[in-house]
Design a binder for this molecule. Structure first.
Ligand code: F0G
Length: 462
């Protein structure tokens, strides 16, 4: 019988950045100074930074070499054309509008397509995406499959669109009130869960019957393609690149945060296949981002992103990237820690409701858990629960998401398995001390995307 063999990253380290852990007293002080919000910590106060996989990737020597080839012309930079070619080749869309990051593209798309009174169905909300839809006068409607809300359910494609729920919405409000369906692959707020190719094909067929567009949030679509290769019958022999291209072919365009899959520190784009919509978007981008051949990015950043796209679709890269996330996830499962199952593509999500059943959601259990984790070891994570969900635009009440999670997000090509071991031990220690944990109260609440800048204090001290 063939023995199981280990795999390793398809790169070696060329440059290192020192990191250090503050003392326990210093960490406690930092936590108080930051209002128990990990977004308000200074990076220097953090030991292992799992706040986000956004803009935190390590670039390759080939990408850095590309940075030296930046053509910083105001108009028509050659790097724009490299970027356009890479997106056309690997994602398959016709027209590209560069933006400074994903939310820049969301702003343009919402302004071009959403009208007051419209409904925008999506496979679970994302914070900035939904806010742009709302600011344009639309109402987001969640049409993800119900099992996405159950952290213990082991389904291969928990990011799928619930086609019956979508059909019901179309029947209720009318196709003319739905400018597009917003599909994200993988689904960040559901634990990094993927969408199947079958679901995309069926979604395409259903929406085509009603004349409704499908817009992809392609932020982590390459990771989604890797899951299709690994989990969906018929795709095992196909490359991640081929799968990505087919996946995108069922959509009419995409918004993209290049800061994730595309392995850069800044950048994004809006892609469209419709010439009329492109005309509108390439006109609007000059108002909010910059000329349509740079959209808020320097030439060098467009070059790094064009090269990052090529690297991101390599099978061995994706194997190591998702493999590291799975390594941490399975370690935590072995330690008995409750996490969202199965392990997602870019992060391991701790189930804060299961950690702290004695806290109500009004006591912000995920926010508290992220704070306890930082206090234990200087590991920085992110709340993805009631604080991130915000308030209902009409009633002003908290959204109470079923999932109350803490996200341990793994930057690409940055940390080693040894860092993952430290993280797992710290999470296990915090889990061991769960009975004595207490919740938080919010003492400052910003109006938009409150999770970034809200401040808290402990309900009970000592
Ligand atoms: N869509 C998804 C699914 C995202 O995860 C993000 C960003 C965006 C859109 C917006 O892109 O940040 O470039 O403007 N997610 C980051 C995160 C912030 O930490 O998950 P952006």
């Amino acid at each position: 019988m063939e023995r199981h063999r280990s795999w390793a990253e398809p790169w070696k380290v060329k440059v290192v950045e020192p990191i250090r852990m503050l003392t326990s007293e210093q960490r406690q002080e930092a936590l108080e100074a930051s209002g128990y919000n990990t977004f308000l910590l200074r990076s220097e106060e953090v030991y292992i930074d799992l706040l986000t996989d956004s803009g935190t990737s390590a670039m390759s020597d080939w990408q850095w070499a590309g940075m030296m080839l930046g053509d910083e012309a105001y108009a028509g930079s050659r790097n724009f054309y490299h970027l356009e070619e890479a997106i056309q080749q690997y994602y398959g869309y016709h027209y590209i509008v560069p933006t400074h990051q994903g939310r820049g593209a969301e702003n343009l798309l919402s302004k071009v397509l959403v009208r007051p009174g419209d409904y925008v169905p999506g496979n679970m909300y994302f914070t900035t995406t939904r806010l742009h839809q709302e600011l344009a006068g639309g109402t987001f409607v969640d049409v993800i499959v119900p099992e996405a809300h159950d952290p213990t359910y082991e389904g291969p494609f928990k990011g799928n669109v619930d086609l019956c729920a979508l059909e019901e919405l179309i029947a209720r409000v009318g196709a003319e009130r739905i400018p597009y369906v917003c599909v994200a692959g993988t689904v960040n707020m559901a634990g990094g869960q993927p969408v199947s190719m079958t679901n995309m094909r069926e979604l395409r067929e259903l929406t085509a019957r009603h004349g409704i567009r499908v817009m992809l949030d392609a932020t982590r679509a390459v990771e989604n393609a890797y899951f299709i290769q690994q989990r969906e019958p018929g795709f095992h022999e196909r490359s991640v690149a081929e799968i990505l291209r087919e996946f995108c072919s069922y959509t009419d365009g995409c918004t993209m945060s290049g800061k994730k899959d595309a392995l850069v520190n800044i950048g994004g784009w809006l892609a469209l296949n419709d010439a009329v919509l492109y005309e509108e978007a390439s006109n609007l981008v000059v108002v909010y981002e910059g000329l349509h051949t740079y959209g808020g990015m320097a030439g060098r950043d467009m070059e790094a992103m064009a090269r990052g796209i090529v690297e991101s679709v390599q099978d061995d890269h994706m194997h190591a990237r998702v493999g590291q996330v799975e390594y941490l996830g399975h370690k935590l499962i072995d330690l008995g820690v409750p996490i969202v199952r199965p392990v997602g593509g870019h992060a391991v999500y701790l189930d804060a409701k299961a950690f702290y059943p004695h806290m109500t959601q009004d006591q912000f259990p995920a926010q508290a858990l992220a704070a306890y984790l930082y206090a234990d070891s200087g590991v920085r994570a992110m709340e993805r629960g009631v604080v991130s969900a915000g308030r209902d635009a009409t009633t002003g009440k908290h959204h109470y998401p079923k999932l109350e999670l803490v996200r341990l997000t793994i930057p690409r090509r940055v940390y080693t398995q040894a860092h993952m071991d430290i993280v797992a031990e710290s999470v296990a220690a915090v889990y061991g001390a769960r009975a004595g944990a207490s919740g938080l109260t919010m003492i400052h609440e910003p109006r938009y995307l409150r999770f970034f800048q809200a401040r808290f204090k402990p309900l009970h001290t000592g």
